[in-house]
Design a protein around this ligand. Structure first.
Ligand code: GLN
Length: 610
């Protein structure tokens, strides 16, 4: 049986080096060489999963098909590798201890003293071995390579058991099956402009002291490393100069896999993993074209993102990525205008007039309005005002999860005249509860008790924008994360007043998509379409939003209709449609010539993903 190969990515010096993006890029590069790649993210915190963590502190909670609420890095892996991971692909200290303690309670340890070494460290190794075998690319049989990213920075107390386990693991799987890539920082001191190697030297020493030997160094720096700096690192860190890669600053993260390829990171990895000669040269044509096109876009599409966690962009990472995928497909430069929902409210007008004015100015200047998911009542009134503004002024609007519930509340208040219409999440005593707690939820336990993961939505009519954007499918599967739902008792009332529920669950009682027909684009979804958006396959509802914002919606919808007539894949679209990309002498795309046609092709290619 062929042996699984492991690539471990660790980080040193400081956090926030982009270790996750680096690890995803390594995975993508290996995939481009013809290997089947999976990934595991290790988060050494005690939480069982990311579900109970605040997006303010930790960034968004990413949701998987199986309902796993996981670290946002798994989103990077899914997007870069175009795979579907499972909840077990995210290991946390909490999960490992829970597993070991459950075993202890069952008596599985047969009277032994249960200890970090060997019981926790063995559990970590068994977990990695088991999960690495799970196919994640839709094909059968185990993948070829598993990229493991160890969260945190070398030296953290809480990651020690993982380091110990990984040291043992590298020994057990044997040389030739384990490659360690250490991501580090080479700062440039402004005064002298010199690239400093000392922090990297220290962190590699720390790594070695813990029993792990790096095979490759990936150094973050503002500019490419000088040859003499590489030599110095090589000498002090005992890593050959060709195994030292510079990850210098690039205009967008899609360039990272290209940087790695250009510096032959794949060859260095293959040498360590004994794969030289078996894997092919990386083919990244489509990826390269997209990275380059992204840099050339200049005509803006302005999206007002009206949310609660506007202070930390990672809080809405997948939403931002989905907007980007759609904007690139429409050949527009995405500009996100962050609006703290509460700034739109009347109280802010009295308390902080400047903030109020600035927020409304941004909202009024936007080509599209997006209200993302969220919890709690802060800013709800501001979100309602944003939805109302978009509805009344014909501005393309997308409401996601809470954003959809907001759209329903707003409609009930403004059109049905039910002034106190509300969600029971915000007002448990409202006389007009148009959004209510779902019967299966738990009010006492917060972790893992929502309606989570992939659920099916059936389209109710064939003549609406959402069904067309999804390629006229009868049903779609999208990911969920919510406790409340539109009150089924109020649906008829709302529908009679013109709000259409165009997508429902299999029972027909749970509302999934809401739409206004007499509006250029006004859609709300109870699910989170952002989690399944991919660079080359923008999510249908995001594509619709951006296309509507820049006058391309008809073309996109037509493209969806005529898709049976067209036969192409995205790579062919990019490479064969000469009209779309005019290349300059360097081979860089210079201007998108056939914007509408191109967006239509994108929608054809991508409308059909469930
Ligand atoms: N708070 C709402 C609910 O629980 C919306 C959740 C969300 O937007 N993810 O239903």
């Amino acid at each position: 049986m062929k042996k699984m190969k492991y690539v471990l990515v660790t980080g040193g010096v400081v956090s926030g080096l982009g270790k996750g993006v680096t690890a995803s890029s390594i995975g993508l590069l290996l995939k481009a060489c013809g290997l089947r790649v999976t990934s595991i993210k290790i988060d050494p915190y005690l939480n069982s999963d990311a579900g109970t963590m605040s997006p303010f502190e930790h960034g968004e909670v990413f949701v998987l098909d199986d309902g796993g609420e996981v670290d946002l890095d798994l989103g990077n892996y899914e997007r870069f590798l175009d795979v579907k991971l499972t909840r077990d692909n995210n290991i946390t200290t909490g999960k490992i201890y829970q597993y070991v303690l459950d075993k202890e309670r069952r008596g599985d340890y047969l009277g032994k003293t249960v200890q970090v070494v060997p019981h926790i460290t063995d559990a970590i190794q068994e977990w990695i071995e088991r999960v690495a075998m799970i196919p994640v690319d839709g094909k059968e049989g185990p993948p070829d390579v598993c990229v493991i990213e160890l969260g945190g920075t070398i030296g953290d107390i809480e990651s020690m058991p993982f380091i110990e386990a990984l040291g043992q693991f590298s020994y057990c799987v044997g040389a030739g099956n384990f490659c360690l890539i250490h991501v580090s920082l080479v700062p440039v001191l402004n005064v002298v402009g010199e690239q400093k190697t000392k922090p990297t030297q220290h962190s590699v020493r720390g790594l070695r002291g813990l029993g792990l030997t790096p095979n490759i160094l990936a150094c973050r720096s503002t500019t490419a490393l000088d040859e003499n700096v590489k030599e110095k690192l090589s000498q002090f860190c005992h890593v050959s100069a060709e195994n030292i890669i510079t990850l210098y600053d690039v205009p967008n993260i899609w360039h990272i896999p290209l940087l790695l390829r250009d510096q032959k990171a794949h060859e260095a990895i293959f040498k360590v993993l004994n794969l030289l000669g078996t894997a092919k040269e990386p083919s990244l044509k489509e990826w390269t074209a997209r990275a380059e096109i992204c840099d050339t876009l200049h005509e803006p599409v302005r999206v007002a993102l009206v949310g609660k966690y506007t202070g930390l962009s990672d809080s809405y990472l997948s939403v931002l990525k989905a907007l980007l995928h759609a904007s690139v497909a429409c050949r527009k430069k995405l500009v996100v205008d962050w609006i703290a929902a509460s700034d739109l409210e009347d109280v802010t007008e009295t308390e902080n007039l400047d903030a109020y004015k600035a927020a409304w100015k941004l909202l009024k200047g936007a080509d599209a309005v997006l209200v993302p998911g969220g919890f709690g009542d802060r800013g709800v009134q501001g979100k309602i005002l944003a939805a109302k503004y978009a509805r009344e002024n014909g501005i393309p609007f997308l409401g996601i999860c809470l954003g959809m519930q907001i759209a329903v509340i707003e409609y009930a208040r403004s059109v049905l005249g039910l002034k106190d219409a509300n969600s029971t999440e915000f007002d448990s005593n409202t006389r007009n509860p148009c959004v209510i707690f779902m019967p299966e939820g738990s009010k006492t336990h917060m972790g893992g008790t929502m309606r989570l993961g992939s659920r099916r939505t059936y389209f109710q009519v064939m003549d609406c924008k959402s069904v067309k954007l999804y390629g006229n499918r009868r049903f779609i599967d999208e990911r969920h994360r919510h406790r409340y739902e539109v009150n089924p008792d109020m649906v008829a009332h709302l529908e009679n007043a013109g709000l259409s529920f165009t997508g429902k669950d299999e029972t027909g009682c749970r509302m999934e998509i809401v739409e206004l027909h007499d509006h250029p684009y006004y859609i709300g979804a109870q699910f989170h379409p952002e989690f399944k958006s991919r660079p080359g396959k923008p999510s249908a509802l995001f594509l619709g939003l951006i296309a509507a914002a820049c006058g391309q919606l008809d073309a996109v919808l037509q493209g969806c209709e005529s898709r049976e007539k067209v036969s192409c894949d995205i790579g062919n679209c990019l490479n064969s449609n000469k009209k779309v990309y005019q290349k300059n002498v360097n081979g860089y795309a210079t201007k998108p010539a056939n914007i509408i046609g191109d967006a239509a092709i994108y929608s054809y290619c991508n409308g059909v993903h469930s």
